[in-house]
Design a protein around this ligand. Structure first.
Ligand SMILES: [Zn+2]
Length: 560
């Protein structure tokens, strides 16, 4: 089955966002510098009291600590610019969060409106093991609206810094304490689990923040949250503040990533005694985002042996959130990025083929992923040989050397080398010409009218076939037409579909990259054209051709 319209829609809608997110996140490139540091430097960093980098007896977070995660993708994550989730999408994400084992799901902000309350109610109706909560501003009316949604608990957000107490809410420190106590008592009277969030707590006077927490606990709050609302502070201050607050009762941490310190500060808070960390999937959130759920979970697991989630579920969860929000996963992001377990460079590929732990901190299966060897300008012979074997292509040492040279040349021109590129080069080098099983001879598509339609002329096993189709857009219509023409031969799943604009204008050349899967065999093809419909259909037809050709020519038995 070719599933296109939905993926295509997201791809087009977020064409520019892919570039923006990609560009900002790709600014960072890992190097081997760490390995070149002197022993002295390494020792001193290991002796850091706050964040040890290896398992050692001086760990500041003991492995028997119980740390739980609160996910606020449905509230703080949804506050990211351009993100809006429907009730159905919230339900789908909540179910995935439950599978991952999140303890608290902040499902939204009941005061936002009737639609949001309906969405929160849909999540509470799921009767999950996780506690389902709503964000409430510091007013009784918000708590009443949360109660309408039948939530298990509320986060009462009150100002903590003078900037927020005076400048935003227009109250005084003393009145704020009184109001907080009243709100907590009111929520507890209605049998709610209550967390008080001291907004902008990282910029608050610490003595006052302590009084605010104390007042909250005295009024019956279940926990108090240290909030680095604007991602302003560092690990030392976080540690000091949370250490003082944790003397008073259970403490949560809410960290943002404006300085790239979201995970560091969350770990500093945990080491100081916090036992609930607010996170969002993929680190979605206002500005630079919240701390990423999957990053906190893997850091606690890998460095401290503290389990918080069903880690193998996090990639599935990340993809569900990316699809629902339209925010693509940045390729180099920890845990969930496409490149997180992909090796291209010759040295790394060779090392990984000898010992899969050589260039990976943990196995990709830990987080529900698979290792991938990519081809490009840094590919060496070992990588090429492994890729050829994967496609059942036989080549001798000289041919492998020649194929590797040409793969590198293609990569030098700035191209990612796809499976189709590799196979075309291999055919050329080994002289193994083949007749195409499927070829696109002609394509026409119309849109702008009531129903987008398309017709295609294909060559299938040397015989011409013509078909037409309709769809939600021209690409969808053209894909329907191809499917119609091929019948059961088109029985393949479209695993991924990416569109990138090479230049920024409306006359941009677009590159469409598709990965198609048929019976456990997958092929990636990229095609660049000025016409997005033609690029999409050509890429898909080429991928189908490769998959069908592989089926017709059973794998040659290996020599050894
Ligand atoms: Zn926040």
């Amino acid at each position: 089955m070719i599933r296109c319209s939905e993926i295509q829609w997201h791809a087009i809608r977020h064409l520019t966002r892919i570039e923006e997110v990609g560009a900002t996140r790709l600014g960072v490139k890992f190097s081997d510098e760490y390995n070149h540091r002197s022993d002295e430097e390494t020792r001193s960093s290991r002796n850091s009291p706050l964040l040890p980098v290896t398992h050692s007896p001086e760990q500041t977070i003991a492995s028997d600590r119980t740390v739980r995660l609160l996910d606020t993708t449905l509230r703080d994550g949804e506050q990211a610019p351009g993100v809006s989730l429907s009730p159905d999408e919230k339900v789908e994400i909540a179910r995935a969060l439950e599978r991952a084992g999140v303890s608290v799901i902040e499902a939204g902000s009941a005061c936002t409106g009737a639609g949001e309350r309906q969405a929160i109610s849909r999540v509470t109706d799921l009767d999950l093991d996780a506690r389902v909560t709503s964000f409430c501003r510091g007013m009784k009316g918000d708590i009443d609206l949360a109660l309408e949604c039948d939530v298990d608990g509320v986060h009462i957000v009150v100002p903590a810094s003078d900037r927020h107490v005076e400048g935003k809410v227009g109250t005084s420190r003393e009145d704020n304490l009184e109001n907080t106590a009243e709100l907590v008592a009111y929520a507890k009277d209605h049998d709610l689990w209550v967390e008080v969030i001291g907004e902008d707590g990282s910029r608050a006077d610490l003595d006052y923040l302590e009084r605010l927490a104390e007042t909250s606990f005295e009024a019956g709050a279940d926990r108090f949250c240290f909030a680095d609302t604007v991602g302003h502070t560092g690990p030392e201050h976080t540690h000091e503040a949370v250490s003082r607050l944790a003397e008073l009762g259970p403490i949560s941490a809410h960290t943002h990533d404006d300085l790239g310190l979201g995970v560091t500060n969350a770990l500093a808070a945990v080491s100081a005694g916090a036992d609930l960390v607010h996170c969002t999937v993929d680190g979605l959130g206002e500005r630079a985002g919240n701390v990423a759920l999957e990053e906190v979970a893997i850091a606690l697991d890998h460095v401290y042996d503290v389990e918080t989630l069903e880690l193998e579920e996090v990639y599935d969860l990340a993809q569900i959130v990316a699809r629902a929000t339209g925010v693509q996963l940045p390729p180099n992001k920890a845990v969930i990025g496409e490149n997180a377990f992909t090796h291209e460079s010759g040295i790394h590929t060779d090392g990984t083929l000898k010992d899969d732990k050589m260039y990976e901190p943990y196995a990709p299966e830990t987080v529900g992923r698979e290792r991938r060897l990519a081809l490009g300008k840094h590919t060496g012979r070992a990588g090429v040989r492994a890729a050829l074997e994967e496609h059942g292509v036989e080549a001798d040492d000289d041919e492998v050397a020649e194929i590797a040279t040409r793969v590198t040349e293609l990569g030098d021109r700035g191209r990612r080398v796809t499976d189709a590129d590799l196979l075309a080069i291999a055919e050329d080098v080994t002289g193994d010409d083949r007749d195409r099983v499927v070829d696109l001879l002609d394509l026409s598509a119309t849109s702008g009218g009531a129903v987008p339609t398309a017709s295609v002329r294909l060559s299938v096993d040397g015989e011409e076939r013509v078909a037409s189709g309709t769809g939600s857009g021209p690409v969808d219509a053209a894909v329907s037409a191809v499917r119609e023409a091929l019948g059961s031969m088109a029985d393949a799943e479209l695993e991924s579909y990416h569109v990138d604009a090479v230049t920024g204008g409306t006359d941009a050349v677009v590159t469409v990259e598709v990965t198609m899967v048929r019976d456990d065999r997958s092929v990636t093809v990229a095609r660049s054209e000025a016409d997005i419909t033609r690029a999409s259909v050509t890429a898909m037809v080429d991928a189908l051709d490769r998959l069908l050709a592989a089926e017709q020519q059973p794998l040659a038995p290996a020599d050894d």
